[in-house]
Structure formats: C-alpha cells, structure tokens
Ligand binder design. Structure first.
Ligand code: NAP
Length: 289
C-alpha cells in the first residue's frame, strides 16, 4: 500500500520516559499503512518536568491524539479538559484525544486487558479476581472489570503512603459499579492465599518481576496457586516472569502482558481514527509470544 508522509499527515504520538524501546510506533504505523490512513505515530521522550510544555507544543501544532506511559498517566490529569467515565474512575489516562481543541483523557488499559483475557479463550464474567498492585494499570483494570460486571475484586498492595488513595479508589469504584472491592495488604500471605483460592484469575499489575529485577515474584509461596487459576502477569518484559514460571509449574493457564499491550493500542487506534486496527496482521508481525 502506498504510504507517504505528506503535508496533510496527521500526528499521533507516545509520550513517556524512556520510550526508545517501545513497540507502539511500529504497531500503529504498520496499522496506518495497512489501512491506507494518512497518520504517523512518533515516540517522544517526555518527563514529568517537561510534560506541560510538550503537551502545549503538540496541541499548538494540531496533534490529533497521543498515548502516555509511565510516569505520566497521572501527571497529565491537570492538563486535560475532559475525562471519559473509565478514566474518571481509574484516575489515570493512557490515551488522549484532541477534539475541537479540547484534550479528552481516556484509558484503554482496562478494556485492553479484559479483551486480552477473552481473546485467550477465558470468560471471567461472574467470577472473582485477585489483583496485585494499585498503580495506573491496576486501577484501570479494576475499574473496567467492575464496569464489565465482575462481582468481586480483591486488590492487594503495600501498606505505604498511597494506601489511603487506593482505599478511596476502591470505595468509589465499588459504590459506582456495585462490584465488591476490598483493599488488602500484600504482605498478608494468609489473606492472599484465601483470596486466590476463591478466584478464577490472579492478575499481577505491580512492577515485581519486571526487567531488570527478574528474580522477584509477588508470590512467595507458589503452592497457593491452584490448577484452575488463570495467572496473568501484565509485564511483557520479560515475556515469562518468575510468577509465570511458578504458575506454569503448578499447572495454571498463564498469560503475559503482550496481548494487553496489543489490545490497549488497538483501542487507542480506534479512538483516533474511528477504525479497527487490523489485529491479526499486527499480532503476527510484532506480538508473537
Ligand atoms: P505504577 O502506576 O507505577 O504502579 C506500580 C504498582 O506496582 C504500584 O501498585 C506499586 O505499589 C507496585 N510496586 C512497585 N514496586 C513494588 C514492590 N517492590 N513491592 C510491592 N509492590 C510494588 O505502574 P503501572 O503503570 O501501573 O505499571 C505497572 C506494571 O504494569 C509495569 O510493569 C508495566 O510495565 C506494566 N504495564 C503493562 C501494560 C501492558 O500493556 N501490558 C500496560 C501498563 C503497564 P504501591 O502502590 O505500593 O506504590
């Protein structure tokens, strides 16, 4: 397909730091090429300190949308004009759409994650989830799972300075969706074992196990993983974390974060272009596990 940058090419981008390793530019540019869309997607190294200037500049040159990665998903909030209901609930934004010069914040991490679970052949509706972590990705997953009708979620995190904020998130999401959400201490192994024994899916949305710290796992006793459990680590570097190796040995169905990355990107692509990303082509080219 003919694909040329022209005077009318529309700009989309990824903002974060670091971004040089990101697969998102290849994924989006290939999808634009496949569909013959006159868009380009670039990655810009932007920090919390440079975000305000970067966003003002991109807005001034007419960017039509952008993604945000760590650590900017929360930093962007005061710079936005509006939030979608999912972003409002999650309190974090990974996708911005520019409409009538207004910046609209959205999150596709939650829908992307849940789509990756169903694409793997699992239906978790009506079942319980144990979710580790309470950061940007965890709150997006929790909010979307609650909006999608998951009846019960146990969110485990460290008891530290962000505990009260996470508790407020759980109470707000619970009251808005009717999902029963408990915030529990990640150090409490007894409660963790109990929660996992009642759950259909265990989702790791902490950084534990992410490169370069690949020798750690959020689970210290792998015997608490039962064979009917889906163990899902949203980390994709490395492809197989220590948690997934522990789960594999226990006979669990294992998923890494690669397909969440694909599906959250596909949802952002639709926000900007109004079209479906050609998932199969992109998956084959960039996301083979
Ligand atoms: P974040 O907002 O910084 O949140 C990180 C979470 O990990 C927080 O809950 C934090 O705990 C917890 N954590 C960090 N170090 C810990 C430790 N030593 N012990 C216990 N908990 C610890 O980051 P994020 O954006 O949510 O990303 C989290 C992970 O998800 C990263 O590995 C990222 O690469 C991955 N991710 C994957 C995708 C995908 O598409 N597959 C998308 C987004 C993120 P506290 O709450 O106590 O601070």
């Amino acid at each position: 397909m003919n694909y040329e940058i022209t005077g009318a090419t529309k700009l989309t981008a990824l903002l974060g730091s670091p971004v040089a390793h990101s697969i998102s530019p290849q994924m989006h540019n290939e999808a634009f090429r496949q569909l013959g869309l006159n868009y380009v997607y670039l990655a810009f190294d932007v920090t919390s300190e440079t975000l305000k200037d970067a966003v003002a500049g991109l807005k001034a040159v007419g960017i039509c949308g952008f993604n945000l990665t760590m650590p900017l998903k929360v930093d962007i909030l005061p710079l936005l004009d509006e939030l979608t209901p999912a972003a409002k609930l999650a309190g974090a934004v990974n996708t911005v759409m520019v409409r009538d010069k207004k910046l609209i914040g959205h999150t596709t991490d939650g829908v992307g994650y849940l789509r990756s679970v169903s694409a793997a052949g699992h239906d978790i509706s009506g079942k319980k989830m144990t979710l580790l972590g309470a950061g940007g990705a965890a709150t997006a997953i929790c909010a979307q799972a609650a909006l999608d009708g998951i009846p019960s979620i146990d969110m485990f995190k460290r008891k530290n300075a962000t505990w009260d904020k996470a508790l407020e998130f759980c109470q707000k999401t619970s009251s808005k969706t009717g999902c029963k959400i408990r915030l529990l201490d990640l150090q409490n192994e007894e409660l963790l074992a109990q929660s996992i024994s009642e759950s259909a899916i265990l989702t790791n949305a902490t950084n534990l196990g992410m490169a370069p710290n690949t020798s750690v796992s959020p689970i210290s006793d792998p015997s608490i993983l039962h064979k009917d459990l889906i163990v899902s680590d949203i980390i994709y570097n490395p492809r197989e974390t220590l948690l997934l190796r522990q789960a594999k040995e226990r006979g669990c169905f294992c998923m890494n974060g690669l397909y969440m990355l694909l599906y959250q990107g596909a949802a952002a692509f639709t926000c900007w272009t109004g079209q479906e990303m050609p998932i199969e082509i992109i998956q084959k080219k960039y996301f083979s596990n």
